[in-house]
Design a protein around this ligand. Structure first.
Ligand code: AMP
Length: 425
């Protein structure tokens, strides 16, 4: 009876070893650069109480209304797979009283997020983010440092021709006034908009500015902009941030129509896009969320952070030189064994070589010399060790250098040191 071939769930994908190597390199680069800026890695749970996200991210957002993987566990509690990391990091910050330790907490985390979105190129239901969050001050110099760190990382990862858009979406004093003015303006346009959009505007008029529909672009272009509503604090915050960025040589574009899809943002917001990505062109988004920690039951703590989409970042680095160092063959030594006692001997030898840090593999399943040599060749190993009855009786192993087609007999005792001197001189 033939069985159905099982496949992965729609919108999720496997990352195979070749690709995983690139992932690891990028993750290591992030760790290295972020640690230079004083960030520490935090590992947060993959799932949380649903309430954390519905309260933290906001009830009118697409994430909370449409995209969360929410289920009841066996105890009847509502659980959600994390759709983003900021709310969880803030929860961890409060729960572990990190605010009591130092004036400023700088944290980063790397891992999968889950959103029930319509899958397409660059958009998945399980995707991965690198998040960085700095909690503890509203000093615009911190905003500048966070942005500088982000741009340094994206630059070192090899991304070019990026567009960095910056805005200040106001605070709890000036944004409601702007929101009201924007709503009044949009209501005049309502006749040309469909029901779903009208409803969205009613719930949060700022979200309209995020619309990707080309028919909306002329309305957006003539809509009132937030900068004319800024109070002194927001204006000063934005100007100081821009001054810092100018001095640090960070290129940015002021975009007063930039808003973000999550409710917790205030003041600084930013987005990094690339025209080499197609419709889903955002590589990174971020901003300030000065009220979120208090909303989650913590002490008032201004904070700022960003999230980079790893799939999209890696898509932009894929054209990198394939002969680079990270493409080196994974296996250095391959052992070929003929006969039962040779197989046993080579198993122990492989284990010893690995303990010495040498990447070693064996021809499992045995077979003829020819077929084992084929596997040795395919492994990409530079050195092949051959163990047969003859070698065992002489107390040696045959060592073949695959690049020189040269073969020597080396005593069993000397082989480890010999290989170490060849591979780790
Ligand atoms: P957000 O948390 O929505 O601000 O997203 C931050 C970044 O995560 C985006 O700029 C994307 O690079 C990435 N991202 C968000 N949603 C997805 C998705 N469904 N699939 C792949 N990447 C995503």
């Amino acid at each position: 009876m033939s069985r159905n071939k099982l496949t992965a769930v729609r919108g999720v994908r496997d990352i195979l070893p070749e690709e995983a190597r690139n992932w690891r390199n990028v993750e290591e680069l992030a760790r290295d650069i972020f640690e230079r800026f004083g960030y520490g890695e935090i590992r947060i749970p993959l799932f949380e109480k649903t309430e954390l996200f519905s309260r933290g991210i906001g009830g009118t957002t697409d994430i909370v209304t449409k995209e969360m993987y929410t289920f009841e566990d066996k105890n009847g509690d509502s659980i959600t797979l994390r759709p983003e990391a900021t709310a969880s990091i803030c929860r961890a910050y409060v729960q572990n009283s990190l605010y009591a330790e130092t004036g400023l907490s700088k944290l980063f985390c790397i891992g999968p997020m889950f959103r029930y979105e319509r899958p397409q190129a660059g958009r998945y239901r399980q995707f991965h983010q690198i998040n960085a969050e700095a909690l503890g001050t509203d000093d615009p110099a911190l905003d500048a440092e966070v942005i500088l760190m982000l741009m340094e990382f994206l630059g070192e990862a090899g991304l070019k021709n990026l567009s960095f858009q910056l805005n200040n979406i106001g605070d709890s004093e000036c944004r409601p006034k702007y929101s009201e003015a924007l709503l009044a303006f949009l209501q005049k346009e309502v006749s040309s908009l469909d029901v779903e959009v009208t409803e969205r505007i009613r719930r949060n008029p700022l979200r309209f500015l995020d619309s990707k529909d080309p028919a909306h672009s002329t309305i957006i272009a003539s809509a009132p902009t937030i900068d004319t509503f800024w109070n002194d604090r927001c204006r000063r915050h934005f100007e100081t941030l821009c001054n810092h960025l100018d001095r640090a040589g960070v290129c940015y574009e002021k975009n007063s129509a930039l808003v973000r899809g999550l409710d917790y943002y205030c003041l600084t917001v930013f987005e990094v896009t690339s025209e080499n990505l197609g419709a889903q062109d955002a590589v990174c988004g971020g901003g300030r969320y000065d009220g979120l920690i208090e909303d989650l039951g913590g002490p008032p703590t201004p904070a700022i952070g960003f999230a980079i989409g790893l799939e999209r970042l890696l898509q932009l680095t894929e054209t990198k030189d394939s002969s680079s160092e990270d493409q080196k063959p994974p296996i250095e030594i391959f052992i070929v064994a003929l006969g039962k006692s040779a197989e046993q001997e080579s198993f122990a030898l492989a284990s010893d070589l690995r303990k010495k840090g040498l990447r070693t593999d064996l021809a499992f399943g045995g077979g003829s010399m020819k077929s084992q040599m084929k596997r040795a060749d395919r492994s990409g190993a530079r050195y092949v060790l051959m163990v047969g009855e003859d070698e065992i009786s002489k107390g040696v192993v045959s060592l073949r250098d695959m690049t020189k087609s040269r073969q020597d007999e080396i005593s069993k005792e000397a082989i480890k040191t010999h290989l170490l001197s060849l591979l780790r001189p």
